[in-house]
Design a protein. Structure first.
Length: 167
């Protein structure tokens, strides 16, 4: 049985899920855990993302399921030629918290749900501490430089992972 550190960049999962599978689609973290790492022990489960609407119960459900949740307000930023709302600091927060968990809990495997190149320092830190790194990402939104540094790359949007989504 391996010790698993699960680090989730929720925005990097939420947005592609909607784009690929439709507005009502949801990624099921419970199904993900059961299907992929049910024989292992999660020593820490980290989740970061954008502050939800007041009527959104997602974050509290995740906390009830053992996730350490941190959210950040979205800010207006100028990006790709227009004004957009984006979360700032979430990626940095996830990297810092996951690094602390690597040092404190010495997991065998870092399971990173993201595709964001900002996660590269975390991957390098995990490898420095002899963690195997599993990257779970979407094909079209994953940074190839991040993928190259990981031990295994799994594509969430592959047909074999269809049961990871709720519609």
């Amino acid at each position: 049985m391996r010790k698993i550190l699960l680090a989730v960049d929720n925005s990097n999962i939420y947005v592609p899920t909607k784009e690929i599978f439709g507005h009502d689609a949801r990624f099921s973290y419970a199904n993900f855990e059961k299907k992929t790492y049910s024989l292992d022990t999660f020593v820490v489960k980290l989740l970061t993302g954008s502050t939800p609407p007041s009527n959104d119960a997602f974050w509290s459900r995740m906390e009830q399921n053992g996730y350490e949740v941190v959210t950040y307000e979205q800010k207006q930023v100028f990006s790709e030629g227009r004004l957009r709302k984006k979360e700032k600091s979430a990626d940095t927060d996830l990297c810092v918290r996951a690094t602390e968990a690597i040092i404190d809990h010495k997991p065998d495997v870092l399971v990173l749900c993201s595709g964001d190149l900002d996660m590269l320092p975390l991957v390098k830190m995990a490898k420095k501490y002899s963690c195997v790194v599993h990257l779970w990402t979407f094909r079209k939104s994953s940074a190839s430089d991040l993928e190259k540094e990981c031990d295994k790359v799994f594509y969430i949007d592959d047909d074999e992972n269809e049961d990871l989504f709720l519609r």
